[in-house]
Design a protein around this ligand. Structure first.
Ligand SMILES: *[C@@H]1O[C@H](CO)[C@@H](O)[C@H](O)[C@H]1NC(C)=O
Ligand SMILES: *[C@@H]1O[C@H](CO)[C@@H](O)[C@H](O)[C@H]1NC(C)=O
Ligand SMILES: *[C@@H]1O[C@H](CO)[C@@H](O)[C@H](O)[C@H]1NC(C)=O
Ligand SMILES: *[C@@H]1O[C@H](CO)[C@@H](O)[C@H](O)[C@H]1NC(C)=O
Length: 458
């Protein structure tokens, strides 16, 4: 808990710095998610309801006999959760409590059917996490069924024992439900944990306003802060908050997650600023990987042939000075890259000589997928790689000829490099031990939708 509070303080300090930018996401948790939670929640609820019952003070035989009472089993065959429009979640549970009453001479076993009803408000906590709180809670008791030892029990005593048990449970069960919800809140708090984006860069998600709750879903507006080397990066201001349209994604999915164009722009900016997108394509003579050498370039650039009579290796330094752009159209995601490429030759004294430099423009098709908690991508080149000469130390350069030689050498390592990076993936909003399963990704005009199941795994 202290950890969460400290994180919150830190976050509160950071927020003003980056408050203007909104790399928005929307996480909508649908009814199917509540069904899953009600299945998953039975065992923890049974566990939480296992309260201690003080001794029953039996005065029936003219003197005091403290009788020990123990809950030996709790069975929750029914747990139902439903959304309450504009408020939160309603819980209904039917439970059977089995008690053992340690009476002399023979113990008594009885089953008490209990109904629990509670309303929980879901709100935004001060540190940007969802917070659940019980606003009302009631327990109702049926008559106990004596399983064992009924012949030896006076009906009057049975009534008193039941009264004792009901009075205790009346006080304790709702407290237990509240405690269970407090535990849930600690778990929900892990939403704001730092998650990796790429080398040396991280992302932290947090809620920006109160959740929107309907009868069908709870919708959380979540923004991100991106960190490079532990420092938040300031993103270009975008004044329009991201709104996820209704009825997107697959009907009946547990979660519908909307990722804005802003989130993609921000993640790409982070990758570019971190230098992770840059690469060097080294050359070696007589290698199949890099077919480029000065004798090949010499055939199309006479000055290279003059300076390098002996074949020497050529190195390509690819730098991304401009941030790549992601373009999201229905069913089609594209990445536009404009790297700057310097072509260097290794001289006989092992120094690098800059021959010329090129402005490159390349469009890549981007396929998105989700694995566990990450959005991943793979790219392939769309159309031609466009080259323009930015500078030359070797006189006139015929771009078309250079394109034929350099374009091929550059494409494959670039794709390998990008795909390795995009495979590391962007962490999606999630909580500890909660994973996306059977996700589907849809590209829409200006945003991406993920429809997914969720699974909680220790
Ligand atoms: C509780 O136990 C009784 C007796 O075994 C059974 O008839 C009843 O269906 C149970 N109720 C629930 C909610 O499981
Ligand atoms: C230079 O490249 C050409 C074309 O790939 C190749 O045939 C030749 O063997 C290379 N020369 C050396 C010395 O690697
Ligand atoms: C990339 O796509 C844009 C928009 O479709 C287009 O204007 C541009 O010419 C393309 N560039 C390349 C290198 O294909
Ligand atoms: C190459 O790109 C740089 C940076 O984008 C730009 O300033 C320069 O004008 C470009 N040069 C050519 C020849 O296109």
């Amino acid at each position: 808990m202290a950890q969460v509070c400290r994180l919150g303080l830190l976050l509160a300090l950071l927020l003003p710095v980056v408050g203007a930018s909104v790399p928005g996401t929307v996480v909508r948790l649908n009814r199917a998610m509540l069904s899953y939670v009600s299945e998953m929640g039975k065992a923890p609820l049974e566990w939480a309801l296992k309260v201690t019952v003080p001794h029953f003070l039996d005065w029936s035989r003219e003197e005091l006999h403290p009788t020990r009472i123990q809950i030996v089993n709790i069975h929750v065959p029914r747990l139902q959760l439903n959304f309450i429009d504009g408020f939160g979640v309603r819980l209904f549970a039917a439970a059977n409590f089995t008690f053992k009453v340690f009476r002399v001479p023979a113990p008594l076993e009885l089953i008490l059917p209990v109904i629990l009803m509670a309303d929980a408000r879901v709100a935004q906590g001060s540190i940007g996490t969802p917070v659940v709180s019980i606003s009302s809670c009631f327990s109702f008791f049926n008559n106990a069924i004596v399983v064992d030892g009924s012949h030896s029990t006076a009906p009057a005593l049975l009534v008193l024992v039941q009264q004792h048990i009901k009075a205790v449970l009346q006080n304790k069960l709702c407290v237990s439900v509240s405690n269970l919800v407090q535990g849930l809140n600690v778990h929900l708090g892990t939403l704001i944990g730092l998650k990796p984006v790429g080398p040396e860069s991280q992302i932290r998600y947090f809620m920006i306003n109160a959740p929107a709750i309907t009868n069908d879903y709870i919708s959380l507006d979540i923004n991100a802060v991106l960190f490079l080397l532990g420092k938040p990066i300031v993103l270009p201001v975008n004044a329009t908050p991201f709104i996820l349209p209704e009825l997107v994604g697959t009907k009946g999915a547990m979660a519908t997650v909307g990722l804005s164009q802003d989130l993609f722009d921000s993640a790409l900016l982070l990758l570019q600023k971190s230098g992770a997108l840059n690469l060097d394509i080294t050359g070696q003579l007589k290698s199949d990987d890099n077919r480029l050498n000065t004798s090949v370039l010499g055939q199309i650039i006479p000055e290279v042939a003059r300076q390098f009579p002996e074949p020497m290796p050529v190195v390509l330094k690819v730098r991304l000075g401009a941030t790549p752009t992601a373009i999201l159209h229905t069913d089609k995601a594209t990445l536009q890259l404009q790297p700057f490429m310097e072509v260097l030759a290794v001289a006989s004294n092992s120094a690098f000589n800059s021959l010329f430099s090129l402005n490159v423009s390349v469009n890549l098709s981007l396929q998105l997928s989700v694995s566990k908690v990450k959005l991943q991508g793979t790219t392939s080149v769309l159309g031609e790689v466009q080259l323009t000469v930015a500078s030359s130390n070797v006189g006139f350069i015929n771009v078309d000829q250079v394109q034929a030689v350099v374009g091929n050498v550059f494409e494959e390592p670039l794709l390998d490099h990008l795909n390795a990076l995009l495979d590391m993936g962007l962490a999606l909003p999630n909580m500890v031990n909660l994973y996306y399963v059977t996700p589907e990704v849809f590209v829409r005009e200006g945003y991406v939708v993920i429809s997914s199941g969720l699974v909680y795994q220790h």
